[in-house]
Design a protein around this ligand. Sequence first.
Ligand code: G16
Length: 547
Amino acid sequence: MGIRTTPTTPFAGQQPGTSGLRKKVTVFQQPGYLENFVQALFDVVHGVGQPATGLTLVLGGDGRFHNRTAIQTILRMAAARGYARVLVGQNSILSTPAVSAVIRRHSASGGIVLSASHNPGGPDGDFGIKYNGTNGGPAPETLTQAVYERTQALGSYTLSDAADIDLGTQGVQQMENTRIEVIDSVADHAAVLRSLFDFDAIRALFARGFRLRYDAMWAVGGPSAKAIIEGELGAPAGTVVHAEPLEDFGGLHPDPNPVYADDLVAHLMAADAPDMGAASDGDADRNMILGRGFIVSPSDSLAVLAAHARKVPGYQGGLAGVARSMPTSTAVDRVAKALSLPCYETPTGWKFFGNLLDAGRITLCGEESYGTGSDHVREKDGLWAVLFWLNLVAVTGQSVEQLVRGLWSEHGRCVYSRHDYDGIATERANALMAELRASLPTLGGTTVAGQAIAWADDFAYTDPVDGSVSQRQGVRVVLADSSRVVFRLSGTGTEGATLRVYLERHEPDASRHDVPAQEALAPLVALAEAVARIAHHTGMNAPTVMT
Ligand code: G16
């Protein structure tokens, strides 16, 4: 064994986006591509030339294609860097919330998650890498920007030339002076979940014949969902479907929304539908909740959990506060107001919740992009959300739909939809946003497409804990009745650009709560087209995906 230093030259574009560096697998397969990024990461985290003496690193991924190869490379680099310990998931698997739980429970200095989340996998699919810090949460922008800058100045990387580690069996192995511990992929995370929810009440719910269909989308969430929901909570075998993690997610798009989880939606809309449906994504941090014949919007889900949190053991003392990303609907704001709780509005990206959670300012947070979580870890957590809903159904005796309708009748319904325009040429998408931004100073006070615009801006966020400022986080066009359209470009795609248009309208009138969302939002769609000239810039007359 020995440590080898290899000369290298920078790769363009190793700039992390909303959640780490995501590229095509073929990009990551280029010799030196992953090595350069990890070397830059270690250089920033430890200092150039500085070893990671005495520190513990957590390492795992969502099991997608290239995961196993990349894990061995990173183990060699961690050994060369002098880490005291690396905790790596068995078979190189750790879901994103599991990485967060392991970092926190084992006082690690950080962790590396190999995932492109909900993006498709396989040899022609996507791959990704991100770093989580000591708190278990995604690195802040200051760190990811520094890593990017370091990638552009790199001249070499170092790694051990030791043989591969056997990741199939739990136990301790040695590489250079580093102790490599292959750990159970679900145990730490499961222990955290067990401490939060009333498992007896959920067990009794299943014993009464309650039927759940949990679609793990052939992804990493399957084994833990099976172990907990079927194993510990006594749901019948077959409750968790598509539970075996596959390297290409069965060729599907592991994104739990009504479009990509259409099989689950079909089951919940059928005549003999189960009582509840749920799905998690490629790395098991996202979730979608459905009732029988009823789809719950992620924004409503967050609001329901906030409204009823005290009924769940882990939150019976009440919430310190709540937070949502800016494009997420204001349903949770209304709940927070009624409960006199602080409510924060952050930019898109789970990393922005980290400081608020660490400072104890919030307990629950969530996003329109099917992410919900709490201070139990520092990632969103798919299985956590499903257990939270099961716990609420068990102790309130209300169905999923009744819980959401209760929210609407108390606070009005925040009718909500997101329209995505995928695969736009990057220059065209940039031109659309530039034109929109240029129009901002004159938009407020004008009437466009028959609607009076009260104000418009480009969202900027000052972190209340560390004072850091994030600008240009999305254009908001807001009407007098607080209806709004938000425009931003996705930071998680790997091909061209995706324009996201978020539409929200508050409907206080209960007799109109069943108007289909797209119908209720049609005037806002017209407004979006008029202010942003979407068809002109993109050549598309309809969104690729509507959720
Ligand atoms: C990531 C982030 C989320 C964000 C989502 C969509 O989720 O962690 O905070 O809402 O991407 O981001 P964008 O709109 O920029 O594509 P995940 O599940 O992909 O890690």
